[in-house]
Design a protein around this ligand. Sequence first.
Ligand SMILES: Nc1ncnc2c1ncn2[C@@H]1O[C@H](COP(=O)(O)OP(=O)(O)OP(=O)(O)O)[C@@H](O)[C@H]1O
Ligand SMILES: C[C@@](O)(CCO)CC(=O)[O-]
Ligand SMILES: [Mg+2]
Length: 320
Amino acid sequence: MRALASAPAKTILFGEHSVVYDEPAIAGAVNKRAYVEITESKTDKSILKSHDLNFEAELDTKHKKYNLKRGKPGIIRYILEALNKVHDHSPIVMKLSSNIPIGSGLGSSAAVTVATLAALYRFHNIRFNKKSLAHDAHMVEQAVQGIASPLDTLVSTYGGLVYLSRNKKVEHFKVNFNAPFVVGYTNKHGNTGKMVKDVRLLKNRNPKIINPVISAMGQLTNYAKQAILKRDFNKIGELMNINHGFLDVLGVNTMELSRMVYTAREYGAIGSKITGAGGGGSIIALCPNRVDEVARGIAAEDNVLKIRFTRKGVSSRVYK
Ligand SMILES: Nc1ncnc2c1ncn2[C@@H]1O[C@H](COP(=O)(O)OP(=O)(O)OP(=O)(O)O)[C@@H](O)[C@H]1O
Ligand SMILES: C[C@@](O)(CCO)CC(=O)[O-]
Ligand SMILES: [Mg+2]
């Protein structure tokens, strides 16, 4: 038997970090994906391989342990947590491929988690739907990171451009939002779990300052929702710039992220901000009529990712 699944990366337009404190957020699935294939193992060992991420590990699914043969271990924790939830510990071979920059604020952990769970459900013939899958994937991210909002796993499961409300209701934007965005990413990676914990510590040390910032980020996201519905790019850009300032206040900005954010504005972006957890990773810039200029400006020192929003969420199938 061979089970296959894939799930998209995401970019957060508004509300990263504040979403952890139940403020609303807006994020969209993008056309970069993680792919997982599961087959029965011909030996008594479970193996996880990734050509794209250049790692190979032997998995002890019962004890959530692994023996790394080569590569970096980080993402394996999400896979082991997913296996531990669903798998019966029979020996399998898992292949992971991905064209999502990892640890770059584009939801690689959520995409890998959602694709792994969907492939496992297919492999074991377990019934699931998007709601249950998004929930289980969120539980995996939370177990690995300590704290996680449901945002990344929701977007990776459902696809499309999503508004997540304060009470965790998902609304899908009906507009065809093919706005001219450029994503820039640095070679310095962030770690979402660590950034979220650092923000919590800052908030605990300075509640009277940080709490109002977080609620202003929520208010800003609600204004952004209206601006997106009206396709008011100037307003969206203005709100992105304010959101970036607030993320800086939360301490998740870095020299490289600042460089990309201000380079984008210098080359004509009408709004630019960190996207994702920060501490390294990515920025997103809104640049009507200036996409090529902004991309060139960022590429002088960092990397550019050409992304499009996609309606395509998780997809999976099985071959018997
Ligand atoms: N080359 C690599 N191989 C395997 N794992 C990696 C590699 N580089 C980073 N990792 C791990 O991948 C995981 C990336 O998840 P993380 O949530 O930090 O980033 P992300 O999902 O890409 O961004 P965000 O959550 O901000 O959208 C981390 O656990 C990190 O340790
Ligand atoms: C920083 C954060 O808000 C988004 C990471 O992509 C964390 C989360 O929502 O779990
Ligand atoms: Mg992540």
